[in-house]
Design a protein around this ligand. Structure first.
Ligand code: PGA
Length: 242
C-alpha cells in the first residue's frame, strides 16, 4: 500500500498564507515518490490551492461537506462543489466536528454515503476520548463509530480511508505509542469487511513519524499542527522506517 500523508490545516491560513504554504511545500517535496500527499486547507483557500497544485503530485482534500447535493442549507458546502474545484478527498467525522460542532454517527453516515455516490474519497475519522480510554471503553466506542458510520456501505469500505485519531492525542502533544496505535489499527481492520488504508492522527510530528510508520498496520498519517509549517510537513512526508 502506498503511504498516505495528509495535512489538515483546520481553521488556519487565509488565502495569502495558504498560497505561500503550498508553494513552499511543493518546492520541498516535488521529487518525493511513492507517497500520496494530500493537503486539506480551509474552504476559502481550496480553489486557490487547487490552481497551484494542478499537475503536481499533491492532492486536495476538504475538511467537511454536507450530505445533500444542494438545497436550503445555509452555511453548508456540497461535495459536488468540492469536486468541481479539484478536491479528491474529504474528511468526514473529525473529532472536532463530533465534539465541538455536534456531529453524530447518523449524519456522518449520510455524509459518507453521499461522498461515495459522488466519487469523493472520504477520510473517515474515529477515536475515543481520554475519559473513554480510562474507562476501558476504547474498542466499544470505535466499534459503535464504525458500525453506525458505515451502516449500509460496509461492502464499499475499500473506497474509504479510515483514520484512527484518539481525541486525547489531538493537538495535545501526547501521541499514542506506536504499539497503542497499531493495536487499535488491527482492531479496526478486523472489523472491516474489506481491507483499506488506516491512517493514524494525533500529534504526529517529524520526531515521531518514523516509528509510527514502522508499524505495518499504520498505512499513513493525518497531521494537524505539524502540517502548518512546510519544513515539518515535508519531513513527515519524507519519513523513513528502519
Ligand atoms: P494534530 O491534529 O496533529 O494537531 O494533533 C491531528 C488532527 O486533528 O487531524
Amino acid at each position: 500500500m502506498v503511504p498516505i500523508i495528509a495535512g489538515n490545516w483546520k481553521m488556519n491560513k487565509d488565502v495569502t498564507e495558504s498560497r505561500a504554504l503550498v508553494q513552499e511545500l511543493l518546492g520541498l517535496v516535488s521529487d518525493t515518490k511513492d507517497r500520496i500527499i494530500i493537503v486539506i486547507p480551509p474552504f476559502t483557500s481550496l480553489s486557490h490551492v487547487s490552481e497551484i497544485i494542478h499537475n503536481t503530485r499533491v492532492k486536495l482534500g476538504a475538511q467537511n461537506m454536507h450530505w445533500a447535493r444542494s438545497g436550503a442549507f445555509t452555511g453548508e458546502i456540497s461535495g459536488l462543489f468540492l469536486k468541481n474545484i479539484g478536491c479528491e478527498y474529504v474528511v468526514i467525522g473529525h473529532s472536532e466536528r463530533r465534539h465541538i460542532m455536534g456531529e453524530n454517527d447518523e449524519t456522518i453516515n449520510k455524509k459518507l454515503k453521499t461522498a461515495l455516490d459522488i466519487g469523493l474519497i472520504s477520510i473517515f475519522c474515529v477515536g475515543e476520548t481520554g475519559e473513554e480510554r480510562d474507562k476501558g471503553q476504547t474498542e466499544e466506542v470505535i466499534l459503535r463509530q464504525l458500525n453506525k458510520g458505515l451502516e449500509g456501505i460496509e461492502n464499499e469500505v475499500h473506497k474509504i480511508i479510515l483514520a484512527y485519531e484518539p481525541v486525547w492525542a489531538i493537538g495535545t502533544g501526547k501521541t499514542a505509542s506506536p504499539q497503542q496505535a497499531a493495536q487499535i489499527h488491527q482492531f479496526i481492520r478486523s472489523q472491516l469487511r474489506k481491507n483499506t488504508a488506516i491512517l493514524y492522527g494525533g500529534s504526529v510530528k517529524p520526531e515521531n513519524v518514523d516509528i509510527l510508520m514502522a508499524e505495518k498496520d499504520i498505512d499513513g498519517v493525518l497531521v494537524g499542527g505539524a502540517s502548518l509549517k512546510p519544513e515539518s510537513f515535508a519531513r513527515i512526508i519524507r519519513f523513513s522506517t528502519p
